[in-house]
Design a protein. Structure first.
Length: 144
């Protein structure tokens, strides 16, 4: 019985240790975003996208993740049923990053990943994300 308990304790410790080590590698501190990111830095930032008056019910977020050799940028916005079937533009610092189509349930998503050969915009402290209609009406914005 003691052997079984000891083995279970060791197994649990082995499962927890990598999770604790991984938790220590990511940073949500804005200071990691200042200037250029070193080759060893791991960045994980998420911001809310604040709705503009024309689409005051919109709710969304943008996330940027970067680690050596890979970067990913994601945008999701919902509560846009009135725009179902339409394409929305996503911009970072005024430059077009891509477009995303609003589903029939009012949700739109954009995902850019460098591992898939996709262009991931340069995100730094102060970078602005804007989601707008093709006609140019701003739906929501946020700043890293």
């Amino acid at each position: 019985m003691k052997t079984t308990l000891a083995a279970a304790a060791v197994g649990t410790a082995l499962l927890i240790t990598p999770a604790v080590a991984l938790a220590g590698t990511s940073s949500n501190s804005p200071s990691t975003m200042k200037g250029s990111v070193s080759a060893q830095a791991t960045v994980n930032q998420q911001i809310p996208l604040m709705p503009r008056p024309a689409y005051h019910r919109a709710h969304g977020s943008a996330q940027y993740q970067s680690q050596p050799g890979q970067a990913e940028f994601q945008v999701e916005i919902e509560r846009l049923a009135s725009l179902a079937g339409n394409s929305l533009l996503v911009q970072v610092n005024g430059a077009n990053v891509g477009s995303m189509k609003v589903s029939k349930t009012g949700i739109a998503q954009l995902n850019r990943n460098s591992e898939r050969g996709q262009h991931v915009p340069a995100i730094a402290h102060g970078s602005t994300v804007t989601v707008k209609t093709k006609a140019g009406t701003v739906i929501a914005t946020g700043t890293f």
